[in-house]
Write a protein that binds this ligand. Structure first.
Ligand SMILES: [Zn+2]
Length: 195
């Protein structure tokens, strides 16, 4: 596995890898594109590249090895649908009171957190953003960068406002990905702060 296995917009991939080469990856990145365009896969590839323990260079740009412990664990995020289904099933098994307070997250590596829209409303909720805020200032434990991936642009209003606060002052070692089918879906303020 490497960036060469990405079957999508090669220009976007090149730009992202050039940003990686500069070693100052932006703290907020919006990846917009239709469903199935690979934006989630690309975000997990970047999470691997920034945390790879044996980072190779291909075509003169940073890549990831796909074999180290960080690459392997982050790769487990790839099948998003299955991971979300497992998280929903785990929550359904909880007691009624706990169920209400449990928000959906997907984590296969301590430094990479995926935040999917929370059913049944299928929106990102304020408690999910709060968890990001609570954890974002901790230094990476096993990788080099903490990566947060919001898989959908449907934010509850309060959640969007909380996110703006983190985007104002993110720690130097964290990157937040916002995935959207259309960048226009995001509040204009989030859009302008994220890139
Ligand atoms: Zn690796």
């Amino acid at each position: 596995m490497s960036f060469s296995s990405f079957h999508g917009n090669s220009e976007t991939v090149r730009q992202i890898r050039e940003m990686l080469a500069r070693e100052r990856f932006p703290h907020g990145v919006v990846l917009a594109g239709p469903a199935g365009s690979g934006k989630y896969t690309l975000a997990t590839m970047v999470a691997r590249a920034v945390n790879c323990l044996d980072q190779p260079t291909t075509d003169g740009l940073p890549d990831y090895c796909g074999r180290c412990s960080n690459c392997l664990r982050i790769a487990q995020l790839e099948d998003l649908e299955s991971r979300v289904a497992e998280a929903v099933e785990a929550r359904d098994g909880l007691k009624e009171a706990e169920k209400k307070e449990t928000r959906l997250f997907i984590q296969t590596h301590p430094d990479v957190l995926v935040i999917p829209p929370d059913p049944p409303q299928m929106m990102i909720k304020v408690d999910q953003v709060r968890r990001v805020i609570e954890s974002i200032y901790f230094r990476p434990s096993e990788g080099k960068e903490r990566v947060f991936i919001f898989t959908d642009a449907a934010f509850m209003k309060e959640a969007a406002n909380s996110l703006l606060k983190v985007l104002e002052e993110p720690p130097e070692f964290a990157t937040i990905f916002l995935l959207a089918e259309n960048a226009g879906e995001l509040l204009p303020t989030i859009r302008s702060r994220a890139l």
